[in-house]
Design a protein around this ligand. Structure first.
Ligand code: AMP
Length: 216
């Protein structure tokens, strides 16, 4: 199955993707995670990503396509993938469709997580992340341990993402509204979109997603 988790920044796409990996036995493909890894490596490409990311702007489509091309042809993604934070423009959606078609695949389902802006700002500005393993926390709902050690990997670099400040998240939301939301109409026309309320407990939201994609 090729599943697209859709929604504004902070909608819970990454968190929900983690639950679905085991259930569906397909990998999560997060262009945001891939870009952060590239940035961390200190490469020239990573530096280019950072220019856009730290301003809350979308990275140009051509750079994103290179990343996806490499990732989709890896062995673990041959039976499908959970796309998280990609495609983010109609042009990206069109190029993904063309790529999948060559592999005799298509986006089977788009799950669109609906979360009001007010909740997004609260979620994103309170988010903390382990720089070593990517484990996420929230200062109110799942605070990082007092000793500063990550529960997943024991590392001690739990930080706020530089683009998780209120100013940048508002910019990211503007970009979402202007450039990403039209992707929904693109897939709506193909009849594969299901809307899911993205507010509630993690478990409740997972159950709604499972229902939307028709798995137990
Ligand atoms: P995310 O982790 O998905 O919230 O992405 C963080 C940032 O990475 C975004 O605000 C963009 O600057 C960049 N980014 C991630 N995925 C894409 C994409 N598919 N197209 C353009 N920019 C992206």
């Amino acid at each position: 199955m090729d599943l697209l988790l859709f929604g504004p920044p902070g909608a819970g796409k990454g968190t929900q993707a983690k639950f679905l990996i085991d259930l569906l036995r397909i990998p999560q493909i997060s262009t945001g995670d891939m870009m952060r890894a590239e940035r961390k490596s200190g490469s020239e490409l990573g530096r280019q990503f950072d220019e856009y990311m730290s301003a809350g702007k979308l990275v140009p489509d051509s750079l994103v396509l290179d990343l996806i091309l490499k990732r989709l042809t890896q062995e673990d993604a041959k039976n499908g993938a959970i796309f998280d934070g990609y495609p983010r423009t109609v042009a990206q959606a069109e190029s993904l469709d063309a790529l999948l078609e060559k592999l005799d695949r298509r986006i089977d389902r788009v799950v669109s997580l609906d979360v009001p802006l007010q909740d997004i700002v609260e979620r994103v500005t309170g988010r903390r992340v382990c720089l070593d393993c990517g484990q996420t926390y929230h200062v109110r709902y799942s605070p990082p341990p007092q000793n500063g050690e990550c529960v997943s990997c024991g590392g001690n670099k739990i930080v706020q993402r530089s683009d998780d400040t209120e100013e940048v998240v508002r910019k990211r939301y503007e970009e979402y509204k202007a450039k990403t939301e039209p992707v929904l109409a693109h897939y709506g026309a193909k009849g594969v979109v299901k809307g899911v309320e993205g507010v509630g407990s993690l478990e409740e939201i997972t159950e709604r997603i499972k229902e939307a994609i028709g798995v137990e």
